[in-house]
Design a protein around this ligand. Structure first.
Ligand code: G6P
Ligand code: MG
Length: 217
């Protein structure tokens, strides 16, 4: 049977949180306040607009709409400087093994990411060709935990949501998958991702046996 396997990008395929952190921290510092790793954690899976809103609120700062747009652009320019230096050494362990196994077994493989930079990142790490379809921050109007991104990914694969599996590292993403009636697989800590149907620290823990069960159930 053909199932849909939908991958989040940031934190699942590559660890870009460190680059988001550096870019947001510089921006916060330029506005006169600090930005911590703990705060950065809370931005996982959160869109760029919503992230900036949260950061400004944490810094007790308000800006005009024009300035808000300028800050978003500034952050992304700096973020892209880090992204442009990426290569396939930054792919998280065993992600290619799982992708290749799914492709060899004729499964639908799609990307479901909040990022508007998803394609450029996949290109940098040489994984663009592995995805049959890509649904990213340019294609959706509602951010995770809204299920829109994953429902669109299922539609793009022509596979029913109930036959889809989502790999996610963020709480919002796990909730989005659950709301979409998909199997949610949390990649990260059990304490954080406890709402997921299954949780693994990383892809090295995901066995061929386990994938076969997902395909055949
Ligand atoms: C992912 C990341 C978030 C990021 C969002 C938007 O969900 O986990 O930290 O803010 O994508 O990314 P973008 O590349 O469009 O700024
Ligand atoms: Mg993520």
């Amino acid at each position: 049977k053909t199932k849909g396997f939908i991958f989040d990008l940031d934190g699942v395929i590559v660890d870009t949180a460190k680059y988001h952190f550096l870019a947001w921290k510089n921006l916060a510092n330029s506005l006169g306040f600090d930005f911590t790793e703990t705060q950065n954690e809370q931005l996982k899976g959160v869109s760029r607009v919503e992230s900036l809103k949260k950061i400004l609120a944490w810094g007790n700062t308000t800006v005009s709409d024009d300035k808000f747009q300028a800050l978003m652009a500034l952050k992304n320019t700096e973020y892209l400087e880090f992204i442009n230096k990426m290569d396939d050494s930054e792919i998280l362990p065993d992600v290619p093994r799982v992708l290749d196994y799914l492709i060899e077994n004729n499964q639908g493989v799609s990307l479901g990411s909040a990022s508007k930079n998803a394609r450029v990142i996949l290109e940098k790490v040489n994984l663009l060709s592995k995805f049959k379809t890509i649904v990213d921050g340019n294609d959706v109007s509602k951010a995770k935990p809204d299920p829109e991104v994953f429902l669109n990914a299922a539609k793009s694969l022509h596979i029913n949501p109930e036959d889809c599996v989502v790999f996610e590292d963020s709480v919002a993403g796990v909730q989005a998958a659950n709301t979409a009636n998909m199997i949610s697989i949390g990649i990260g800590s059990k304490a954080v991702l406890h709402e997921a149907d299954y949780i693994f620290n990383d892809f090295t823990e995901i066995s061929t046996d386990f994938i076969n069960k997902l395909i055949n159930n």
